[in-house]
Design a protein around this ligand. Structure first.
Ligand code: FES
Ligand code: FE2
Length: 327
């Protein structure tokens, strides 16, 4: 795919989560991700299909259409599109009409896995690669999720998801943890950054242990306790916005519906806390992406520093291979 969204400085040849699978039922869904307006729908086999949102005929938004007999029908003049993007019907021209190839659209590489719809961003021929994921968060049963689009570059959101030591200052009224980060450990293993430590009050021996891991291109697993974990995605919408999606996993009972209720309650309080407490900070923070704001890190920021370096190295490799391909 080559289009204006290249300027998003996204990592190419990766799978990006774009929508929770349970949001995709019989009706097509319109989203903007990775700089493109997209329509997402299910074909006759129930597989997710992702296409550019605009109809090749006269540019209607196909997400306002409907799925008819496993094909997507445009809301404006009823032209139909198969899951591979082929235009199969132009009702105004009669059944015998020859359909020009230009009336077809594109189907982008997509998959449904781990309770999410994923879009491949990069060379389509490489979309056979597995979707990397956190093994212990793979099962969506008994979880609850929520999403918001926030007006910040995705790299700042990933960085924020790796920041635990703001907790006592921003969320001290609801999470009374200490401000010192003890036993902090951060290292990189391939596409992962693993961090762990203990938030404790100065002078105390114990505190709240945490684990906060990142997986390229944009997933975090935040372990509040070994049985309560939050999965967070920070998928680029465009240069200035990020789709922040999070899912609670509460493994405190074998009953999925009880876990769902607990997860749902946790999500509601998380949303309230994040909206009231984190967003006040976000709104006023220094604007820009990780590429243009020089920050100064301390030991407790090592996970963020590792992410920044990893992302920069991969973007440089990407630029170099793009230049080689062009030259
Ligand atoms: S704009 Fe889609 S069928 Fe005319
Ligand atoms: Fe926070």
């Amino acid at each position: 795919m080559t289009h204006q969204s290249e300027r998003l400085t996204m990592l190419r040849n990766r799978w990006y989560p774009i929508l929770p699978a349970h949001h995709l039922r019989r009706r097509p869904v319109g989203v903007k991700r990775l700089g493109q307006r997209l329509v997402v729908w299910r074909d006759a086999a129930g597989e997710p299909v992702v296409m550019p949102a605009f109809c090749p005929h006269r540019g209607a938004d196909l997400s306002q259409g409907k799925v008819v007999a496993g094909q997507l029908a445009c809301p404006w003049h009823g032209f139909r599109f198969a899951g591979d993007g082929r235009c199969t019907r132009m009702p105004c021209e009669g059944r015998e009409a020859r359909i020009p190839a230009a009336m077809s659209t594109r189907s982008l590489p997509a998959r449904e896995r781990y309770g999410l719809v994923w879009l491949w961003w990069g060379e389509a021929a490489r979309a056979t690669e597995e979707i990397p994921f956190f093994e212990n968060l793979a099962d969506p049963r008994g979880t609850a999720d929520a999403a918001r689009i926030l007006p910040y570059h995705y790299s700042r959101m990933v960085e924020t998801n790796l920041d635990i030591h703001h907790t006592p200052f921003v969320h001290g009224s609801v999470v009374p943890v200490g401000e010192e980060v003890a036993d902090f450990e951060a290292h990189q293993e391939g596409d992962r950054i693993l961090t762990s430590g203990v938030l404790k009050k100065p002078g105390k021996k114990t505190g709240m242990p945490f684990r906060d891991d990142f997986l390229l291109p944009c997933l975090n697993s935040i372990e509040l306790t070994p049985r309560v974990r939050i999965l967070v995605a920070a998928t680029p919408v465009d240069d200035d916005h990020t789709w922040v999606w999070f899912r609670y996993h509460t493994e405190v009972t074998p009953f999925a519906w009880v876990r769902w209720v607990l997860s749902w309650l946790a999500i509601q309080s998380e949303l309230r806390v994040v909206q009231q407490q984190d967003w006040r900070i976000f709104r006023a923070m220094q604007p820009g992406t990780l590429d243009d704001v020089p920050h100064h890190y301390v030991k407790a920021d090592k996970g963020i520093a590792l992410y920044r370096r990893l992302r920069r190295d991969l973007l440089e490799q990407q630029d170099a291979s793009g230049a080689r391909a062009a030259g």
